[in-house]
Design a protein around this ligand. Structure first.
Ligand code: FEO
Ligand code: CA
Ligand code: CA
Ligand code: CA
Length: 626
């Protein structure tokens, strides 16, 4: 596609209205099938999915995880019908995961180590061998590529926060390894054929007594009451358990880092690289790219002989947008390496991490996060940090000091393959009020609907021009009143209204796909979460009028997909020929009602909602969207 031959100029499907049902909805002429729902066995060690929740932790370790999120399709030998679908599993719905009696009725915590282990194993990432059999996509059970990475899998640490005092644990006395990946939300992929999974809301999985918390633990929000699922509570109740649960308590209790798990959380908060093509490979946490609640990651347009840039948002209210720029210069021969993770090391272990400051003028600056970086009080980061690893460990704290712009919850990033313009979803921020104030890049108080911002880096990479691509909004509010133009800034209609943009991706043809994780009642009264397609016009604003948005963009928005009740629509992948589009349904309320008798209760209804992938195809087998 780099010669432009794949680029399309027009969407060609009939956009669909909103929907409030327990089914997925696609445009006329399209089909949708469910693929690889939570609990689908990947190999012989997994028992069949049980609708009563009785699957074991071993079953779960060998079956598809829960709450599908970011995703990528890796073709085998460039095929569009044979490939590896790699899927993130963000978190768990404990009421759906467990059989009766596995949870404490009062606290909701697992009552046995086995139940806690099942929870940990439902997290992480799945590598799923898939095939189109001529009629539908199927999971190829027992394929050697099938893998699960869980909240307990061994992973390497690479980059500045590797082999240092802060990563030494009883598990890794040289500080080179970490255990598990958690809360894998959005994703990315690399030009050299690897998957990037992003660790988002990991801080709450760890508990540390408040008075012992370090500055970075306080800044990022390690829990001072209880870990998210209470895993740290299982100290000693299982002779096999040793420290598999106590490691989630990061309170120092011993004399050093090899006697307790004070450093356990330092192995989390990263972008993790996985080589799905090599079943023997170990995932690598690329620490140079920063430590925060990584929502997703996308690489900038590649240019031979120039650094490779990776963009990643920190999803929390008033958090920041980051760019990592490689020291190594892009060599197109690296698109087909023999050792993919070695190529990852080349471009992702050494470079400069920057954070964004959006200025009023429609201009912005990438502020480096290095020891010599100037802080807003006139000093440098060396006044606060003694090493690059210390800066990385408290990336958000360092960004505070250099004057980064607090945003309305940065979610996914996507790069236009035609122009190189970078787009990022700002999902919402209802805590932006008179006290916190607005800024040019986040101009709405009580931002319940969210917006999408975009920028073009300058040639030297340290400055950029930006504008706001589209503002989310309802057309009509819950009282039936037309939303005024100063709030519905993009003039969205019944057919284009959306809120809380989250998942975001370009396909190689230049079509951008916007997915929602909706929190605004004004929109949820009209439609479930959805996916909208658009072919954006080019960034217009370099003159400071940040409220000027290109009306052409809004005219092109077309609703392509609506999910079932209760779900979030997230994650997107394509077969290389664009005839299959993969989308994930996360935390559905009831869906999918099964037609497979083995999965039905006596009254004919599947008792457990199951996150799953949906594959959308054109009935005539042609490329989707056009
Ligand atoms: Fe897990 Fe920010 O969505
Ligand atoms: Ca998300
Ligand atoms: Ca979200
Ligand atoms: Ca989610």
């Amino acid at each position: 596609g780099s010669d432009g031959s794949e680029f399309v100029s027009e969407l060609n499907f009939n956009p669909i209205p909103g929907s409030l049902t327990d089914a997925v909805v696609v445009p006329e002429g399209y089909t949708a099938q469910v693929l690889a729902p939570w609990g689908t066995p990947l190999n012989r060690a997994a028992g069949n999915f049980q609708t009563d929740g009785s699957n074991t932790s071993i079953d779960q370790e060998n079956a598809v995880g829960m709450h599908h999120d970011g995703m990528h399709f890796f073709p085998l030998e460039d095929s569009s019908t044979e490939g590896l679908l790699v899927v993130n599993h963000e978190y768990i719905d404990t009421s759906a995961l467990h059989a009766d009696g596995e949870l404490d009725a009062e606290t909701g915590a697992p009552v046995t180590a086995e139940a806690a282990r099942k929870q940990i194993n439902a997290h992480g990432v799945s590598v799923i061998r898939v095939r189109f059999d001529g009629t539908q996509w199927v999971v190829v059970e027992n394929d050697p590529h099938n893998r699960r990475f869980t909240g307990a899998s061994a992973m390497e640490l690479a980059g500045p926060v590797s082999g240092v005092g802060q990563t030494i644990t009883p598990y890794s006395r040289d500080g080179m390894m970490a255990r598990g990946t958690l809360n894998n939300c959005g994703n990315g992929h690399t030009p050299w054929g690897t998957y990037l999974t992003c660790e988002e809301n990991w801080p709450g999985y760890f508990f540390g007594e408040e008075e012992t918390q370090t500055a970075d633990q306080q800044r990022i929000g390690v829990s001072s009451s209880r870990g998210r699922y209470g895993w740290e509570l299982f100290a000693g109740d299982d002779s096999e358990a040793d420290d598999e649960f106590t490691r989630f308590n990061v309170t120092p209790t011993g004399n050093s880092a090899i006697e307790d798990y004070r450093n356990e959380a330092n192995g989390h908060g990263y972008i993790v690289e996985i080589d799905p093509y090599n079943p023997d490979s170990t995932p690598v946490k690329r620490t140079a790219m920063g430590r925060f609640r990584h929502e997703g990651v996308a690489y900038g347009k590649l240019e031979s002989g120039k650094p490779v840039s990776f963009y990643s948002g920190h999803d929390a209210r008033f958090e920041y947008i980051y760019k990592f720029e490689s020291d190594a210069l892009w060599d197109p021969a690296d698109a087909n390496p023999t050792d993919r993770l070695a190529t990852g090391a080349k471009y992702m272990d050494a470079g400069t991490l920057y954070v964004a400051r959006f200025d009023e003028s429609g201009r912005g600056v990438w502020l480096p996060l290095t020891l010599s970086s100037v802080t807003t009080d006139g000093g440098t980061l060396a006044d606060t940090f003694d090493s690059l690893e210390a800066i990385i460990l408290n990336t958000a704290g360092a960004a505070d000091l250099v004057g980064a712009t607090p945003m309305d919850r940065p979610e996914w990033t996507a790069v236009d393959p035609v122009t190189g313009t970078v787009y990022l979803t700002l999902t919402n921020n209802t805590r932006r009020n008179e006290e916190t104030g607005t800024n040019a890049a986040n101009p709405r108080l009580n931002n319940a609907y969210g917006h999408i911002i975009r920028w073009d880096d300058d040639a030297e990479g340290t400055g950029f021009a930006w504008d706001i691509f589209v503002y989310g909004s309802a057309d009509v509010d819950t009282d039936g009143v037309k939303v005024p133009a100063d709030i519905n800034k993009s003039g969205l209609t019944e057919m284009t209204q959306f809120a809380s943009p989250d998942g975001l991706a370009f396909d190689g043809r230049g079509i951008m796909w916007i997915q929602t994780d909706n929190g605004a009642d004004d929109v949820t009264q009209y439609t479930n979460d959805q996916m909208i397609a658009v072919i954006p016009s080019q960034l217009q604003t370099t003159d400071g009028d940040y409220e000027t948005i290109n009306a052409d963009n809004q005219a092109q928005l077309k609703r392509f997909f609506v999910g079932p009740n209760g779900c979030e629509v997230t994650g997107i992948a394509f077969s290389p020929d664009y005839t299959s589009l993969f989308v994930n349904i996360q935390h559905p309320g009831n869906w999918p009602y099964s037609t497979d008798a083995a999965e039905e209760t006596p009254d004919g209804v599947s008792v457990r909602p199951r996150a799953a992938t949906v594959v959308i195809r054109k009935a005539d087998g042609g490329p989707v969207g056009v």
